[in-house]
Design a protein around this ligand. Structure first.
Ligand code: MLT
Length: 317
């Protein structure tokens, strides 16, 4: 289908986004239907007739959704990860997929730091006790991050931002990636090692990888065994990167675990609730990009990318 420039584009937005994004798209002459939290059945009934679908991580855009969207031309992901979209199939169907890969870098990196610092000083335990009337001074001795070794798995934008913050804290930083990141490692004074070495040597391990077939459960029982006693693990990437059930068996010997992501969001399995309730574990509800600044930048980045995608669709569609 070729697109006339005059066609009024219909946009379906199925996850919570900043109001400004909706207004910007309206000001571009688009008709917006904002349905955050829409359930799958309704989405399947509704999708036909829309030209652009805007989602965050909650909406699963699989083959069925793509097939039902017969007018669909652009899938816009307000965020970084594309793991909730069947990218291969969408591309085969000729759709353009865009995202906003830069917008939330510092928000995600700051949350990673927050979880590391909270774990180190047992802040979550103190908050819980103090709110429940117990003055917990003297109960949970913390550790400093200064002088400790941080292992960053995935040295992309967020991993590198975490490395800069960690350096300011006086940590020694190791990193690993599947692609050649030596240029960045040299710039930042970070030592590149293999994944196994990183797991063996680090006091704090933080994960910043996309979810793919290769990273699904990459931190499995065998790899967890490599991690030293008393280490911390932080995951602000995707829950499925860690085999959570295996992780439960290692909690006793670890210092603590900070997770912004779970294998199911919201959690639904017994083992996920066990993890959440465990005193050594901090769980936040996937808030890596939930800041005023990140959401504002997502609007700018996504609008620019949608404009660019429209040009491409109009020229080649
Ligand atoms: C992302 O991939 O952008 C993040 O996980 C944040 C989100 O979708 O809320």
């Amino acid at each position: 289908m070729g697109w006339e420039s005059g066609i009024q584009l219909k946009v379906l937005v199925t996850d919570k986004v900043d109001e400004k994004l909706l207004n910007r798209l309206r000001s571009m002459g688009m008709v917006i239907d904002y349905k955050p939290g829409i359930q799958r059945d309704e989405l399947l009934k509704l999708i036909d007739g829309y030209h652009i679908l805007v989602v965050r991580s909650r909406t699963k855009v699989d083959r069925e959704v793509i097939d039902r969207g017969t007018s669909l031309k652009i899938i816009a992901r307000a965020g970084v990860g594309l793991d909730n979209i069947d990218v291969e199939y969408a591309l085969k169907r000729g759709l353009v997929i865009i995202n906003s890969p830069n917008a939330a870098t510092y928000s995600a990196a700051e949350l990673t730091l927050t979880l590391m610092l909270m774990l180190a000083r047992n802040v979550h335990l103190h908050i819980f006790d103090v709110k429940n009337g117990k003055w917990s001074k003297g109960t949970y001795e913390g550790v400093e991050l200064r002088g400790k070794t941080l292992g960053i798995v995935g040295f992309g934008r967020i991993g590198r931002a975490v490395a800069r913050y960690a350096e300011a804290l006086g940590m020694r930083v190791l990193a690993t990636d599947i692609i050649d990141v030596s240029r960045y490692a040299n710039e930042l004074g970070v030592k590149l090692v293999s994944l196994s070495e990183l797991l063996e040597l680090s006091d704090v391990i933080t994960l910043h990888v996309a979810l793919t077939k290769d990273t699904y459960h990459m931190v499995n029982d065998d790899r967890l065994r490599l991690i030293k006693d008393g280490a911390m693990i932080v995951n602000t990437s995707r829950g499925e990167v860690i085999d959570t059930r295996a992780l439960l068996n290692h909690l006793d010997r670890l210092w603590g675990v900070g997770l912004d992501v779970l294998e199911h969001e919201p959690p639904r399995e017994d083992w996920e609730f066990k993890l959440i309730q465990h005193p050594k574990v901090i769980v936040t509800p996937h808030i890596g990009a939930e800041t005023v600044e990140a959401q504002g930048r997502i609007v700018e980045e996504l609008v620019a990318n949608i404009q660019d995608a429209l040009e491409r669709v109009r020229n080649h569609g």
